[in-house]
Design a protein around this ligand. Structure first.
Ligand code: HSE
Length: 452
């Protein structure tokens, strides 16, 4: 094309951690070499791989790629200009990334857990050294979400992020809803099919989604936040009856990650209070996110200029995640060829504009809620339950008692759908319910989010 500067380069990359995604990166670089070069103007070459396990057959030929267990030598190798970190965990990858930066190497990673905990340190080290850190693959795998938030929506004051950020839990919820099976049964099947890890804690307890939400919240609002600041509730303890009743009331249950600005209309200065949480949530069955089934991810980001925008795709898996890693490699390689570094701040806001923001406390929120109780089936129990809500001015929109679902010992599920009320009042009502002596176990609350 006339007027376009053709840069001659051949950027070498090194991979630390040769698991499923690493293999995907090798495949994408090889299978898509032509299109990558047509877009970059020069080849992107994997020169070296390091992994402690050099024995397992990854089922892929490595012609021309040096493969050994020496990550330090890979970092020091002058042919390696970008280091890809795909080992997972916290301490070891943190050390490798900081060592790579100290050695003058750009870095890409898919490690959301690491960034959610040590992102500030890593980005500061890279900025000081004039190097880039790519992490598109860390949130929602193959969906180019971070680039959209960082660049495509940069003109906006962002108002909210609603996301299904974890594929494992979305798969389990979708299956529980469609089969009526218990959580444990579906989780076992998800593990057998490879959708869930042998230790599913990070996924089912919402921690993985909270890691991703921490990064998104910083990028969307400039809010300095770690995943430990995010109130997080996982999907254990949900019962088939919850899905049945959700459908009757016109909702679906999703593990929803929410980050919302509480800036009031017309208010433009001062610290912006942020509502942030991850929890099973009922959303209107007609909403776009409610239609996201199986292991897919989807995110709605709302900006004050653009309105709602929707991102959907595979949030995990070998090739989708590799797609995101290689897109980072290409962006960084382009800068290497031009002799510069990325000029867009990795967290979208310049570092000096990222800082703590007030977080909205749960008791200051309000909304409709679904409350499922297992109650002793005895005279007057429904009256006592409804009075407990009434005594705290929590209005009841619907009450359902399911006689056919009688549990051992004659207990029955009683479900209350509340009108909009403050979470503080609902908590007080729950306190009264616990004091009645009519309930078996604790009530389960599922908040309702109408604005998705
Ligand atoms: N385990 C994650 C999920 C993918 O189920 O979505 C990696 O973050």
């Amino acid at each position: 094309m006339s007027g376009q500067v053709q840069v001659k380069a051949d950027v070498g990359v090194g991979l630390i951690g040769f698991g499923t995604i690493g293999r995907g990166v090798v495949k994408v670089l090889r299978e898509n070499a032509a299109v990558i070069e047509q877009r970059l103007g020069f080849p992107l070459t994997m020169v070296r791989i390091a992994d402690l396990d050099t024995k397992t057959d990854r089922g892929i030929a490595l012609d021309g790629i040096q493969f050994d267990a020496d990550a330090k030598a890979l970092i020091a190798d002058p042919r390696v200009q970008i280091v890809i970190e795909l080992i997972g965990g916290y301490d070891v990858p943190r050390r490798f990334i900081l060592e790579a930066i100290a050695a003058g190497k750009h870095v890409t990673t898919a490690n959301k857990a690491l960034l959610a905990l040590h992102g500030k340190e890593i980005f500061a080290a890279a900025a000081k050294a004039g190097l880039d850190v790519g992490f598109e693959a860390s949130v929602c795998g193959g969906i180019p979400l971070l680039r959209a938030v960082r660049e495509g929506l940069a003109a906006n004051r962002l108002e909210s992020v609603f996301g299904i950020l974890n594929g494992t839990t979305n798969y389990v919820l979708t299956e529980m809803e469609s089969t009526g099976e218990d959580f444990d049964v579906v989780l076992k099947r998800a593990q057998a099919l490879g959708y869930a890890e042998a230790d599913p804690t990070f996924d089912v307890d919402g921690i993985d989604a909270a890691h991703k939400l921490a990064l998104l919240t910083t990028m969307a609002f400039g809010a300095e936040i770690t995943f430990e600041d995010i109130p997080t509730e996982g999907i254990r303890g949900l019962l088939p009856i919850d899905f049945e009743l959700a459908a009757e009331f016109g909702y679906r249950i999703k593990l929803l990650a929410v980050a919302k600005s509480h800036r009031r209309a017309g208010e433009s200065d001062g610290p912006e209070a942020i509502e942030v949480h991850v929890r099973p949530t009922m959303i209107p069955a007609s909403s776009l996110l409610a239609k996201v089934d199986g292991a897919m991810n989807a995110v709605v980001v709302r900006g004050n200029a653009v309105g709602p925008t929707l991102y959907y795709g595979a949030g995990a898996g070998e090739m989708p995640t590799a797609s995101a890693v290689v897109s980072d490699l290409m962006e960084i390689a382009r800068e290497i060829a031009r002799g510069g570094r990325g000029s867009v701040s990795p967290m979208s806001f310049l570092a000096e504009h990222i800082g703590p923001r007030p977080l909205v406390a749960d008791e200051d929120l309000s909304g409709r809620a679904y409350v499922r109780m297992i109650a002793q089936d005895r005279a007057g129990v429904l009256g006592r339950i409804t009075s407990a809500f009434g005594a705290e001015s929590v209005g009841i929109a619907s009450v359902v008692q399911r006689e056919q679902a009688v549990a051992a010992g004659g207990a029955v599920p009683v479900i209350v759908l509340t009108h909009r009320s403050s979470h503080a009042a609902l908590q007080r009502a729950l306190g009264r319910l616990r004091g009645l002596g009519d309930l078996v176990g604790d009530p389960r609350v599922i908040e309702i989010e109408e604005g998705v």
